[in-house]
Design a protein around this ligand. Structure first.
Ligand code: BG6
Length: 504
């Protein structure tokens, strides 16, 4: 539960301070927390990066980033200056021990000046291959010795398969307690994603029908019109399965499939989610083609503008076999979900930007109306729009006004923008505040990350062993490859990704 100013004096050390994440996401989020009076009364942000810059130059760069990316628009000069006084920068080679000793001295002198023990947050906004080095240096320097007050924040990707994730978890466990490690999946900080739990567990209406007896199947679509932008180098090592399905989409599925938690204690919630991942039915290597589909975008058109193929993007191999689209079907072997298929799909350069979860209910057991009344009939659907539209829709049948009995689907709608006037915090605001307050509920525990990798291991192995021969296989601006349609059509279903205004 987050309340104003209950956060203790804090130092946030950002490794990768001069990087893109700090510029676009972290600093705008911290500044918005400051505007909302949610930053600790006393805090210091220390950016460390490869570039050499003075504090002034660093602050100026961050100011530009805030002006460009903050949801609250341009920063008022006076307020920014008050905030920026708390920001320092140091050019640093993270391999060198002296950097960590300097941080130690700096924190010690702040603690002396403020006469308190600081909460210490070490944020890893750095490439994955650097995490181990930096974490062990932090450990060796004794910077995280206070287990209750020192925390490590780690960005995804966490490992690149089960073996590497396990190895990293093992290494971190030698230095930190699990409760000190905050693995970020920024989807979990999104307002609409947090609302899934409120919707399910604060209402008596839905839980009784939230099971195999009433639900036909579940779909999660996260499609983006954006391509890989400047991240070709990273994306070549990842692909859609690792970049999105392993984390964001599987986590959304967990929120739909988890059992009601007994309390909102961080471990209780995470236990219920990991139960889901562990119950996902294993697939054999020879069966992968029935459960997983990949694609890569070709040149095409997005909003009337011509865009290049993935293979022509910056830092991408012209013969790249990396997938920019992935779809994955799975079953959860427990009482609640036996034989209810879950379908996930995500892609770049798709026809629209939309993140949506659809729960499709079963048909009525008996159709009492004459055929001509129900030509337009559809099973009930519950549609959770995550972004860019934010809301929840329940689709049901109603009699169309008129002299004959003619049924058409209509929607009951909860729309954030019409319901609330307050702005919606960005995911990083929520997550950074949680880290400062020591609440790990929305962060990934070691076992969750490993369970998610385990589910995808047969797909990763099979795709590695058999690089695609038909890439590129969808034009930019389309809905992904034909194989993805076939994956779901084989089960007599089709993809649904309804934006708010859509009728069908
Ligand atoms: C990131 C992925 O985790 O999520 C990106 O690495 C993706 O490839 C992004 O574009 C999507 O996040 P959002 O919040 O814009 O939906």
């Amino acid at each position: 539960m987050q309340t104003i100013n209950q956060t203790e004096p804090t130092v946030i050390v950002i490794f990768g301070g001069s990087g893109d994440l700090t510029w676009r996401k972290l600093m705008p989020a911290l500044y918005n927390l400051y505007l909302a009076d949610m930053m600790p009364k006393k805090f210091m942000i220390l950016g460390l990066g490869r570039q050499d810059m003075s504090d002034q130059q660093f602050r100026k760069r961050l100011h530009e980033g805030v002006n460009k990316f903050s949801r609250s628009g341009k920063a008022d000069a006076k307020t920014w200056n008050r905030f920026a006084k708390n920001i320092l920068y140091k050019g640093a080679d993270f391999n060198k021990a002296e950097i960590y000793n300097n941080i130690k001295k700096q924190i010690a002198s702040l603690e002396k000046e403020w006469d308190t023990t600081l909460t210490r947050i070490f944020y890893m906004a750095i490439p994955p291959q650097m995490i181990e080095v930096v974490a062990s240096r932090i450990g060796k320097a004794g910077l995280a010795a206070d287990k209750l007050k020192s925390r490590l924040v780690i960005e995804k990707p966490f490992g690149r398969d089960l073996a590497t994730a396990k190895a990293l978890n093992k290494k971190l466990a030698e230095i930190f307690e699990e409760c000190q490690i905050y693995r970020i999946d920024h989807y979990l900080g999104k307002e609409t994603v947090q609302n899934i739990m409120a919707f399910r567990f604060a209402n008596a209406l839905f839980e009784p029908i939230w099971n195999r007896n009433y639900i036909d199947h579940v779909q999660v679509t996260v499609s983006e019109q954006l391509g890989v932008e400047d991240r070709g180098g990273y994306y070549e090592t990842a692909g859609a399965l690792r970049d999105m399905i392993q984390n964001h989409l599987l986590q959304l599925a967990c929120l739909i499939a988890m059992e009601p938690p007994v309390s909102f204690n961080a471990d209780e919630v995470r236990n219920r989610k990991v139960d889901v991942l562990r119950a996902v039915r294993k697939i054999s290597h020879s069966d992968v083609h029935n459960y997983a589909v990949r694609g890569q975008y070709d040149a095409g058109w997005i909003n009337g503008k011509k865009v290049v193929a993935y293979r022509s993007e910056k830092s991408v191999d012209p013969n790249s076999k990396t997938e920019t689209f992935a779809a994955f079907k799975f079953f959860i072997d427990n009482w609640c979900w036996q034989n209810v298929p879950f379908y996930l799909r995500t892609g770049k350069r798709m026809n629209e930007t939309i993140s949506v979860i659809t729960i499709q209910f079963k048909p009525v057991p008996h159709q009492a109306f004459p055929q001509e009344s129900v030509e337009n009939w559809q099973p009930n659907k519950l549609i959770l729009n995550i972004q860019p539209d934010m809301g929840i829709r329940l689709r049901f049948q109603a009699k169309q006004p008129g002299l004959s009995m003619y049924l058409t689907p209509v929607d009951m709608l909860f729309d954030y923008s019409n319901t609330y006037t307050v702005g919606t915090p960005e995911a990083y605001e929520t997550l950074l505040l949680d880290v400062m307050q020591g609440d790990a509920t929305l962060f990934m525990r070691a076992d969750q990350v490993e369970a998610a990798w385990e589910i995808l291991t047969p797909v990763i192995d099979t795709w590695n062993a058999n690089p695609s021969v038909n890439f590129p296989n969808y034009a930019a601006g389309m809905q992904g490859p034909e194989d993805a349609e076939a994956l779901i059509a084989r089960d007599g279903k089709s993809w649904i990704a309804m934006a708010f205004g859509e009728k069908n």
